[in-house]
Write a protein that binds this ligand. Structure first.
Ligand code: RB5
Length: 143
């Protein structure tokens, strides 16, 4: 599975920890920045990651800003993107099973590194349930 990842300055430090974690797990990923701990707009990287996922260049996207909110809102403006803001393991699992979310968003100023890694692992490793009721609701998101 190829993963696109990006952050703004508020998520930069956590992104660095998560990319290291992806490397350790042998997961193929591309880091779309930011590459510096300097203020930047979350909009640009969120749009780039979301568009790459929507176009099928990557199976999933991971976005991190200070709260995870800006990246979630921006990513969800791209057609075909179901970005979920997640700060606990239960939600990481549920949003894959129920929403088939294709972008994970987290707040680097909210959660610790170890919890974030557990969330990433759970979210990457959980399959969509395929239940008809969940697929029907997902289809309605696009209509
Ligand atoms: C940047 O200060 C901060 O506003 C941003 O990282 C994010 O939290 C926005 O939703």
């Amino acid at each position: 599975m190829r993963v696109a990842i990006g952050s703004d300055h508020g998520g930069f430090e956590l992104k660095e920890k998560i990319t290291k974690h992806l490397e350790d797990r042998g997961i193929d990923f591309k880091d779309f920045g930011t590459y510096l701990n300097e203020a930047c707009d979350y909009n640009d990287v969120s749009k780039t990651v979301a568009e790459n996922v929507a176009q099928g260049n990557f199976a999933r996207g991971i976005l991190i800003c200070g709260t995870g909110i800006g990246t979630t809102i921006q990513a969800n403006k791209v057609k075909g993107i179901r970005a979920a803001l997640v700060h606990d393991v239960f939600t990481a699992k549920a949003t894959r099973e129920h929403n088939d979310s294709n972008v994970l968003s987290m707040g680097g100023r909210i959660i610790g590194d170890e919890l974030a890694k557990m969330i990433v692992d759970t979210w990457l490793d959980t399959a969509f349930s395929q239940a008809e009721r969940h697929q029907r609701r997902i289809d309605k998101l696009e209509s």
